[in-house]
Design a binder for this molecule. Structure first.
Ligand code: MG
Length: 284
């Protein structure tokens, strides 16, 4: 017994419209499978499953292509609107840039003094029992976000997972004034162990990145401002192979007005000013 040919259209709109059409392809079933199909009536079901899959994946593929065009259009539009409001994009890393987190189990005896003394840190120390994590905000971070939001549209972009990213966003921005839904985690990225601007709704030449890790941004080094790492917890020093004591072990912290974020906000303002001086000069 020879193989039976089943005609399957590659056009998702009407796959069975014209079996003799040149736009059709063939699916060849082995004889044993044909017998089974004839006896059980299973063949029609298989055929429709194949057709539905063809329809689904065909449409999915086309919709993805449309989405790329649409994303490009939205990216242009969003950037134009932002420039009209004299703002640029600012991508902010979390760990060691805006804050420092540690698993509760990694707190050393020398750091025990901080547990139960959250009030001493004036709303900058958080115990997240459900995540078994303690988080310390970097000094000046709240002022930094307020000032930066005046001249930037800000994103959080972390290599942490989505639940961690959103928990940190809640701590940094409890009233959703600064980030809204612009929170990107490693679960949203398109490359493993890399951060990319393809998931940011803004043109690359209008984006600044603030991060402590250069190797995360291999494709966007020109956009990157590297910041000194914030090592509040001892586990953070250990993570980077540092033999020095952490700030918590030393019972101290970065200066509120003279720390890294306070310095960086001045740099960001200067870049913003220069950008719009040049932009206005070319626009007129
Ligand atoms: Mg980092």
């Amino acid at each position: 017994m020879g193989s039976k040919r089943i005609w399957i259209s590659t056009e998702p709109e009407d796959p069975l419209k014209d079996p003799s059409s040149t736009s059709c392809s063939t699916l060849v079933l082995p004889p044993s499978f044909q017998i089974t199909c004839l006896l059980s009536g299973f063949c029609n079901m298989v055929l429709w499953v194949v057709i539905l899959m063809d329809r689904f994946f065909g449409r999915l593929s086309r919709s993805l292509r449309l989405s790329s065009d649409e994303i490009a259009r939205l990216r242009n539009q969003d950037t134009k609107n932002l420039l009209r409001n004299k703002k640029l994009y600012l991508i902010l890393d979390l760990d060691h840039t805006l804050l420092n987190s540690t698993p509760l189990t990694h707190i050393t005896p020398e750091e025990e003094h901080i547990t139960g003394r959250q009030d001493a840190y004036e709303g900058s120390l958080f115990v997240l029992e459900h995540m078994h994590t303690m988080t310390k905000l970097r000094p000046f971070v709240r002022t930094f976000l307020k000032k930066a939001s005046e001249i930037f549209e800000m994103y959080i972009y972390t290599m942490g997972d989505r639940s961690y990213a959103h928990e940190m966003a809640k701590i940094l921005d409890p009233n959703r004034e600064y980030f809204d839904s612009r929170v990107i985690s490693r679960d949203d990225g398109t490359q493993r162990n890399q951060k990319g601007l393809d998931v940011v709704l803004g043109q690359e030449n209008c984006v600044l990145i603030l991060d402590d890790t250069k190797k995360a941004w291999t494709k966007h080094k020109d956009n990157l401002i590297l910041i000194d790492r914030y090592h509040f917890f001892a586990s953070s020093c250990q993570q980077f192979g540092l033999s020095c004591k952490s700030l918590s072990q030393l019972e101290m912290d970065e200066s509120e007005g003279g720390g890294a974020l306070a310095t960086i906000i001045g740099v960001l303002k200067r870049i913003h000013t220069i950008f719009f001086q040049v932009f206005c000069a070319f626009s007129n």
